[in-house]
Ligand binder design. Structure first.
Ligand code: SF4
Length: 352
């Protein structure tokens, strides 16, 4: 259901003038910085992104460097942020920008949408913040705030609801400050109109216009269908040490954690005895084996419930060392060369 948001604009902008968060990519909102920050922020908290943003833009200061960066180096810079396809898409998009757009991000919403990894929200954010174009940036944050203000019980996961809100916002976006309008919503959602728990309505600049507040419905809005239960996968993870080096394995190029390095793992929860038998069956001579305990890692639709073992190896068959999917890496190489996703962090503590 369409809603007229005209009245909120001056209050929101005025609030933003005094309360905007100080963020590194805002100091110099050049398109490259806005793009990198928006991609990092897609699945990661602002506080965590700050440090990654500094590190990333120091190592890769522009689009041309990004287009030519080695994959392993790119993954290393992204290590810990998760959802590694975001980084792969950044590089793909940078190559396209170099070949088709003279090395400059296009200052056009529709052209931005053609770049890998840039969807409607990110295109709207870059277009409005970096280029001052009157484009809306609709994410869960904007939807939550807007639906609370409108007192709407519409399901915010529906595409039609997002599209309609984009049109509603486009009608009222201030022509001189579209980027500030979008950023004001981002900040209001992060600081006041919170996603979890009760929003801080008494501090909100649009409280007097908010239907959810007046009807005491702030905890009922936004409406979303119940989340699907995550699938649980049990895994046995091996920290295999041989001559002060650790065996790591490259995952398949497609699927979960595609193409990243991992500690070798086996599906299911294996007992120490079964594991010992299995490894010896592969010709591995074990010097010692100890449990590293259980750990859990949560992906968006899946949980890994893991049991780890530290296996010290006396002899490793040559085929492991000649297989390109396996590498023996020391602590320094694990720190600076190979990217091990945070799913394994419970078992890599203290290795570097
Ligand atoms: Fe959100 Fe409360 Fe402000 Fe309404 S009054 S927009 S619910 S913080």
């Amino acid at each position: 259901m369409s809603y007229d948001y005209k009245e909120i604009v001056p209050f929101l902008l005025n609030w933003f003038d005094y309360n905007a968060r100080i963020l590194p990519w805002r100091e110099n909102p050049r398109p490259y910085y806005v793009w990198i920050s928006e991609i990092m922020l897609q699945q990661t908290r602002v506080e965590a992104v700050k440090e990654y943003f500094y590190r990333f833009t120091k190592a890769i200061p522009d689009i041309e460097t990004l287009a030519h960066i080695e994959d392993e180096k790119l993954m290393k810079l992204w290590e810990g942020l998760g959802y590694y396809n975001r980084a792969r898409n950044l590089k793909k998009a940078a190559r396209l920008v170099m070949s088709d757009y003279d090395g400059e991000l296009p200052s056009d919403y529709k052209e931005l949408l053609k770049l890998p990894g840039i969807g409607a929200y990110t295109a709207g954010a870059i277009a409005s913040i970096a280029f001052g174009l009157p484009e809306a940036a609709i994410d869960g944050n904007a939807l939550r705030i807007a639906k609370r203000i409108a007192g709407s019980l519409e399901d915010i996961t529906k595409e039609s609801v997002k599209k309609e809100l984009a049109e509603d916002f486009k009608r009222v976006l201030p022509k001189d400050r579209p980027g500030d309008f979008n950023q004001a919503l981002m900040d209001l959602g992060a600081m006041i109109c919170l996603p979890n728990g009760r929003p801080l309505c008494e501090q909100c600049p649009v409280m007097h216009l908010c239907q959810a507040y007046h009807k005491d419905m702030v905890m009922q809005i936004p409406v979303k269908p119940p989340r699907k239960e995550r699938r649980i996968e049990k895994r046995t993870i091996l920290l295999m040490e041989f001559q002060d080096r650790y065996l790591i394995h490259k995952r398949e190029p497609k699927g979960l954690l595609a193409g990243l390095w991992e500690l070798p793992g086996i599906e299911g929860e294996w007992s120490a005895a079964k594991l010992r038998k299995g490894l010896e069956g592969k010709g591995i001579t074990i010097a010692s084996m100890e449990s590293l305990g259980s750990a859990k890692h949560i992906f968006s639709h899946l949980e890994w419930h893991m049991m780890g073992y530290h296996v010290r190896i006396q002899e490793l068959p040559m085929e492991f060392l000649h297989d390109n999917a396996y590498v023996m890496a020391d602590g320094m190489e694990l720190k600076s060369v190979y990217t091990l996703p945070s799913a394994f962090s419970a078992y890599t503590k203290g290795l570097w």
